[in-house]
Design a binder for this molecule. Structure first.
Ligand code: PLP
Length: 400
């Protein structure tokens, strides 16, 4: 049996999404900007795709949703746009990002910092949640942008973006949130709180890879990214990714329809699975369940290197993760565990299981059996487990 539990890295394309996209490869392949029927036959699908995307996040018609190639691009774009529009022009010289943002935000913030802008890296508390007080304490009239993700990809921790949005509004500061791990996990409504820019990516909610989006609230600045044929309102030129737009639209609609299922059934399956995992000795979970996306568990097995556990899981047909997909090729400690201040030995032991609406109970039962076997085998040969300190571990929910 094979089990895919790495849905925070990417998801299977919903077969209905694939079916919706298919005609736009070899049948209706016209360039939407051309002046003939091959072009115009793509228009209804583009319109429908865009309408579904707008509806999925409850964007206003006057707002912009720009289709990008991925969330990495959307995140880069917002920060770099702020750099060019505010920092380089001397209007403002400070941005804030949480210290556990995805690398596409952190690395861009570091680049901006290297260009002379002040960057505050907001800390997270021992539950893995960004500290709102730090936003209040550090915001000044020189702050151009705050960028804080809605849900963390490692722990699933949901960040208080409504409160942060309010603080930004009070201080007339732009607010961006990376909602990649939020879409399809809980309702995302851009009109329900103050947010100027919001990033998402189709492949995280059963859509195709290579299609992301950036929501931009009406009237908010955005530097054009790609100059050329003036597609996407002139913000991002280039021939439209027709199948991608169709796929993202269909995936968005399906994700919204499946929200109740995700928030009840998947949550329940996750919780039961987590209860079973926590029955294993010396296991620790970050972030209380109520403050997490319904599908995610980041769990430490004391004394077991995350990579060794992945090896055994993979051997048992299970795909999980030790860290964010982009960073998991190097053997570094899990960055969120480090930010929480977990002891060095635990920071290397985190495994992330992320479920989806395609996950079955049978798969979780199989996974549990493989995990138990792996724990027994790996602890047997682990030198660190034998010497691991006993007792309370700050910030982590302890199993038995
Ligand atoms: N932001 C978060 C929170 C993510 O989890 C990811 C993917 O791992 C990204 C951004 C990057 O997404 P993409 O693969 O679309 O560039």
């Amino acid at each position: 049996m094979t089990v895919y539990l790495d849905n925070n890295a990417t998801t299977i394309v919903d077969p209905q999404v694939f079916t919706a996209m298919e005609p736009y490869f070899v049948q209706k392949y016209g360039n939407p900007n051309s002046l003939h029927a091959f072009a115009s036959e793509t228009h209804p699908a583009i319109k429908q795709g865009m309408e579904r995307i707008y509806a999925g996040i409850n964007a206003n018609r006057e707002d912009s949703v720009v289709i990008t190639s991925c969330a990495t691009e959307s995140n880069n774009w917002v920060l770099k746009s702020v750099y060019f529009e505010y920092v380089l022009t001397g209007k403002k010289n400070h941005i804030m990002v949480s210290e556990v943002e995805h690398p596409s935000v952190i690395a861009t913030a570091k680049w901006i910092e290297s260009m002379g802008c002040k960057v505050t890296y907001l800390p997270i508390n021992n539950e893995g949640i960004v500290d709102v007080q730090a936003v209040r304490d550090n915001i000044t009239d020189k702050t151009a942008l705050v960028s804080v993700m809605w849900a963390n990809n490692e722990t699933g921790a949901i960040f208080p973006v409504e409160e942060i949005g309010d603080i930004c509004e009070e201080h007339d500061v732009l607010f961006h949130t990376d909602a990649v791990q939020a879409i399809g996990k809980f309702p995302v409504d851009v009109q329900s709180f103050n947010v100027d820019y919001l990033t998402f990516s189709a492949h995280k909610f059963h859509g195709p890879k290579g299609v992301g989006a950036l929501y931009v609230k009406k009237g908010k600045e955005l530097m054009p990214l790609l100059h050329g044929g003036a597609q996407m309102g002139g913000y991002r030129s280039g021939t439209l990714n027709v199948p991608g737009i169709v796929g993202m639209g269909a995936a968005m609609e399906a994700a919204v329809e499946a929200l109740d299922f995700e928030m009840t059934n998947i949550r329940e399956m996750r919780d039961n699975f987590e209860d079973e995992l926590l029955k294993i000795d010396d296991t620790f979970v970050v972030t209380p369940r109520a403050k997490r996306t319904p599908n995610t568990i980041l769990i430490s097995f004391r004394g077991i290197e995350g990579e060794s556990m992945l090896w055994d899981l993979n051997h048992g047909g299970i795909g999980a993760s030790t860290g964010s997909a982009c960073a998991s090729e190097d053997l570094e400690a899990n960055s969120v565990m480090e930010a929480i201040g977990a002891a060095e030995d635990l920071a290397h032991t985190a495994i992330r299981f992320s479920l989806s609406r395609y996950t079955t109970q049978e798969e979780l039962d199989h996974t549990l059996a493989v995990v138990k076997k792996a724990v027994a085998r790996l602890r047997e040969i682990s030198s660190s487990f034998a010497y691991a300190p006993e007792g309370h571990v700050s910030g982590l929910t302890e199993g038995h």
